[in-house]
Unconditional design. Structure first.
Length: 104
């Protein structure tokens, strides 16, 4: 997908789902918590200090789960500044960064 269409897609999804405010994001993320607990929780490390990468972090929904679960050492990065801004609204320390550079 070209960067132009990727940007348009993310913008459309954000507007279409009505997730433009902190409250709407938290409401959505809280609804997703049981899914993450059931499907992903058992795959996460036991140590809450383990290094974890959320790439691409998008609007921060998985990072929110990590934060609520007590994990402290995770990086949340995405190429889309709009998505990173949404993640930051809910207290995620997300950054606009290239995943390939981060992985080096």
């Amino acid at each position: 997908m070209s960067k132009k269409y990727q940007k348009e897609f993310y913008e459309y999804q954000t507007i279409a789902r009505g997730i433009l405010t902190k409250d709407s994001l938290i409401q959505l993320f809280e609804q997703l918590l049981p899914f993450y607990i059931k499907k992903i929780g058992s795959f996460l490390p036991n140590s809450l200090d383990a290094k974890i990468a959320d790439i691409p972090c998008g609007n921060g929904n998985f990072s929110y789960y990590l934060l609520k679960s007590g994990y402290k050492n995770f990086d949340s990065i995405d190429l889309d500044p709009n998505q990173v801004s949404l993640a930051q609204l809910v207290g995620i320390n997300a950054k606009v960064y290239d995943a390939l550079l981060w992985l080096k």
